[in-house]
Design a binder for this molecule. Structure first.
Ligand code: NAD
Length: 297
């Protein structure tokens, strides 16, 4: 029997677990707060931001919504970040990516106070993660760690293959897997667009994390019996549905499920975890900045 790892259920547990930490903060008169900054009129980005705000309100985190004209000068975004950095009422800052082409996204990430950088993308936080002293783990790979833990998948000594080397998923995922740490200690291979014979790498893996953004590129033939498959990919493909498309992962679910010991579905796998771990980081940000220790789930 293949274990279908239910991301919605694990994410609900994380959110429930955050309730105790939020209560502890409330006892110290602290309500965690997250400022989202949107400088885009892309409908997908607008949806992502509004979902993040709804998530915050649901668990008792204050959501501060800032929208900037996509044609405004970059300075306007920098000034906004500076104001949020200085505001003691703001614990976390998230600038929704992508920003317009005339704005340097690396400069944006560097501008955010590392203590408020709940995405974990500031170079200081990236460095801490690599050094094994993470402050804020990026939400998607952190969520993958929580999913593996919830499914009792042992990473210690396992051969893990990460497909994709982006700054937001592939690289931090690999960095978490190699840490001498709980949910780490995996022998880790990072595959990418220049990898030769990807199938040989994935077939040799105990755990495959697919984050390439290529619809259904990994099928059952590329996997060995009993492998754990975590599908990060979210891809829109044309389909005969009301919307004219459907969402698929980077893994061909049906054939992969035949081989896998455990697998995450798309949707309902990694996606809900990414959202839950943003709340987790925001609660941690409040705890750190107000000096109120909390137990995090
Ligand atoms: P990206 O485009 O920044 O990076 C993709 C990576 O995949 C690159 O490093 C590239 O080298 C590698 N790659 C591309 N084609 C490949 C191939 N044929 N073989 C091997 N490697 C290949 O993408 P990203 O931002 O890391 O996102 C990856 C996917 O995950 C996308 O579908 C994205 O929508 C999804 N995503 C999901 C969540 C979530 O919460 N579930 C979060 C972030 C991203």
């Amino acid at each position: 029997m293949t274990d279908i790892i239910d991301g919605n259920a694990v994410a609900a547990d994380v959110r429930d677990g955050l309730g105790d930490a939020i209560d502890t903060l409330a006892d110290a008169d602290v309500t965690p707060s997250l400022a989202t900054v949107l400088m885009s009129d892309d409908p997908a980005s607008e949806t992502y931001v509004s979902m993040k705000q709804d998530d915050c309100e649901e668990v008792g985190i204050d959501a501060i919504d800032i929208e900037l004209d996509p044609d405004a000068p970059a300075e306007e975004l920098y000034d906004t970040i500076d104001d949020l950095n200085d505001d003691p009422e703001v614990d976390g800052i998230l600038v929704q990516m992508p920003v317009p082409d005339h704005v340097d996204d690396r400069a944006v990430l560097r501008r955010i106070d590392p203590l408020k950088d709940v995405d974990g993308f500031h170079p200081e936080n990236v460095g801490r993660l690599v050094a094994g002293n993470a402050r804020y783990k990026p939400c998607t790979p952190h969520g993958v760690q929580k999913l593996l833990a919830a499914a009792d998948v042992e990473t210690d000594g396992a051969d893990a293959v990460v497909v994709g080397r982006s700054d937001i998923v592939g690289k931090p995922m690999a960095n978490l897997f190699v840490q001498k740490d709980e949910y780490g200690n995996a022998t880790t291979t990072v595959c990418h667009s220049r990898t030769e014979d990807l199938a040989a790498k994935t077939r040799a893996a105990d755990i495959v994390v697919a984050a390439a953004g290529v619809p259904e590129m990994i099928d059952g033939d590329m996997l060995s019996e009993g492998v754990t498959v975590v599908d990060v990919g979210i891809n829109r493909v044309d389909a005969d549905t009301e919307k004219g498309y459907e969402l698929v992962g980077d893994v061909e679910y049906e054939s992969a499920k035949e081989k896998a010991g455990a697998i995450t579905p798309v949707p309902g796998g990694v996606g809900p975890m990414t959202r839950a771990m943003l709340l987790w980081n925001t609660v941690k940000a409040a705890s750190l900045q107000h000096d109120v220790p909390v137990d995090l789930p």
